[in-house]
Design a protein around this ligand. Structure first.
Ligand code: URA
Length: 433
C-alpha cells in the first residue's frame, strides 16, 4: 500500500477502506508518513468528507494507536461526560461532584489543553496543592471510596490523535465533523467509560458555529458510541456567549463551587441539571430525565455535592481553604471595571472574543511552554438580554499585569454590543441527539 494512492482516492472523493485508514494512522503515528502527505490527506478529508463507516474505522485506528484503560476495578457503571470545548466551561468541575454525590462513579480523565483558558486540570490547579498526577491504582481507589477522581490523560492514550490534532491545528482542518468525532470518541472509548454524555457546543465560541452542523457532529459521535455498544447521548448547547459568569481558571472554579452551594449562574445550573440528569439516566440510577434533575438539585440543597467536592480536592492534595474562601482563587493585584458606554439591552457578548481577552490577560496558553496565570480572568456582570444603565459595570477584569490589560480591553470592547431594542435571553439547551 502506498500513501500516494490513498491521497488520490480521497482527493477523488472515494471511500477509504479499513486497511487504508489503519495504514495512514499507524504510519503517521510511527513517523513513517511525513507531515506533507498527512496534511494533504487531512485537507482532502476536509473537502470530500468521510462516511459513517470511514469515521468508525478512523476512530478505531486512533484507539489502537495506544493503550486503552481498563476501569473494571471500579465498581458500577462509569459514565463519562465530554464537552467539545467552549469559553467559561467549568461544567466538569461541578458535574463530577453532583453525579458522584448521587453514588454514580465519575472516573474522569482530562487534558490541559491549549486555548483561551486552561483545561479542567489547569483550572483545578488554581487550588494550591491540587494534583491530577495519579497512579491508576490511586485513581481507581479514590473513585471506589468517594466516587469522584480526576486524572491527567496519559500520553499513551490515543497518541495518534495528539499528532493528528497538532497537524490539524496548523493546516486549517480542525472543524470537520468526521475528524472531530473520531478525535473525541477515540479518547472517550480508550478511557474505559461504559456510557458517554457529550456536550456539543455551538455558537461564536465553539468549533461548530452553525447549529445544524453541531447536531450533525452530535449524531456522528452518538453513532460511533452506540456502534460499539457504549450507550451515548449528545446534548447540543449554546456557546454564543460564555457559559456562566466567569472566564479564567481560579475564577471558574469559584463559580463551580458557588453552584454546589446553590448560588450558581442560571445557565450553568440548567446545563448541569441537564447533563447530570442524562448521566444518572445512563448509569441507570433514575428512570426519567425529570427524576434525574430532582436528584441533581437534591444534592445541592442537602450539601452532599459540596462535601464530595471537598473530599475530592483534599484527596488530590488541594488546600480546602480555597473552597472555604473561593475568592482567594482569583485574588489579583488589581481589577478594572468595564462600564457600559450607553444604556440598553445586551445583544452580544461574543464568546470567542471574550475568550481571547482572557487569554491576553494570561489565563490561557497558545503553546505548551506558556505558564498560565491561574488568578486572572473576567467576570460577566450581565448576560445577553439583560438591561444595562450607562456607566454600569458590564464586565469586571481581574488582572496582574498592566501591560496586558490594554490588549484585553480592546477585545472586550469589540465583544460587547448594546442596543435600545429589547433582546431575549439566549437559551442554553438547543436539543438532544
Ligand atoms: N476536541 C477534541 O478532542 N478533538 C477535536 O478534534 C475537537 C475538539
Amino acid at each position: 500500500m502506498e500513501m500516494i494512492d490513498i491521497l488520490y482516492k480521497k482527493r477523488n472523493g472515494e471511500e477509504l477502506s479499513k486497511e487504508e485508514i489503519k495504514y495512514f494512522v499507524e504510519g503517521y503515528n510511527n513517523e513513517r508518513i511525513p507531515d506533507y502527505q498527512m496534511s494533504a490527506l487531512l485537507m482532502a478529508i476536509y473537502f470530500k468528507g468521510m462516511n459513517k463507516a470511514e469515521t468508525v474505522n478512523l476512530t478505531n485506528a486512533i484507539i489502537n494507536s495506544g493503550e486503552t484503560i481498563d476501569l473494571s476495578m471500579i465498581k458500577g457503571l462509569k459514565v463519562d461526560k465530554h464537552s467539545t470545548g467552549g469559553v467559561g466551561d467549568k461544567t466538569t468541575i461541578a458535574l463530577g461532584a453532583l453525579v458522584a454525590a448521587n453514588n454514580v462513579p465519575v472516573a474522569k480523565l482530562s487534558g490541559r489543553g491549549l486555548g483561551h483558558t486552561g483545561g479542567t486540570i489547569d483550572k483545578l490547579e488554581a487550588i494550591q496543592g491540587f494534583s491530577a498526577d495519579l497512579t491508576i491504582k490511586k485513581f481507581a481507589d479514590q473513585v471506589n471510596s468517594i466516587k469522584f477522581s480526576l486524572g491527567g490523560q496519559t500520553k499513551d492514550l490515543a497518541p495518534a490523535d495528539k499528532k493528528l490534532y497538532a497537524l490539524r491545528d496548523v493546516t486549517a482542518t480542525i472543524d470537520n465533523i468526521s475528524l472531530i468525532a473520531s478525535s473525541v470518541m477515540s479518547k472517550k472509548l480508550a478511557s474505559g467509560a461504559d456510557r458517554i454524555v457529550l456536550d456539543v457546543k455551538t455558537g461564536s465560541g465553539a468549533f461548530m458555529k452553525d447549529i445544524d452542523q453541531a447536531f450533525e457532529l452530535g449524531r456522528a459521535m452518538v453513532d460511533i458510541g452506540n456502534g460499539v455498544g457504549k450507550n451515548t447521548v449528545a446534548v447540543v448547547t449554546d456557546m454564543e456567549q460564555p457559559l456562566g459568569n466567569t472566564i479564567g481558571n481560579g475564577i471558574e472554579v469559584r463559580e463551580a463551587i458557588e453552584l454546589l452551594q446553590g448560588e450558581g449562574s442560571k445557565d450553568l445550573l440548567e446545563l448541569c441539571h441537564y447533563l447530570g440528569s442524562y448521566m444518572l439516566l445512563l448509569a441507570e440510577k433514575v428512570g426519567s430525565l425529570d427524576e434525574g434533575m430532582e436528584k441533581i438539585q437534591e444534592v445541592i440543597d442537602n450539601g452532599k455535592a459540596l462535601d464530595v467536592f471537598k473530599s475530592f480536592v483534599q484527596s488530590q492534595g488541594g488546600d480546602i481553604k480555597f473552597i472555604e474562601q473561593p475568592e482567594l482563587l482569583h485574588q489579583t493585584q488589581d481589577i478594572y471595571e468595564y462600564k457600559a458606554l450607553s444604556e440598553g439591552y445586551i445583544h452580544r457578548l461574543d464568546a470567542e472574543l471574550l475568550g481571547k481577552s482572557a487569554l491576553t490577560l494570561g489565563a490561557g496558553r497558545l503553546d505548551k511552554s506558556t505558564k498560565i496565570d491561574h488568578k486572572v480572568g473576567l467576570q460577566l456582570e450581565k448576560k445577553i438580554g439583560d438591561y444595562v444603565n450607562k456607566g454600569e459595570t458590564v464586565i469586571t477584569v481581574f488582572y496582574n499585569d498592566k501591560d496586558k490589560l490594554d490588549g484585553a480591553l480592546e477585545l472586550l470592547q469589540e465583544s460587547v454590543y448594546i442596543s435600545d431594542a429589547e433582546k431575549k435571553p439566549r437559551k442554553i439547551i438547543h436539543g438532544v441527539v
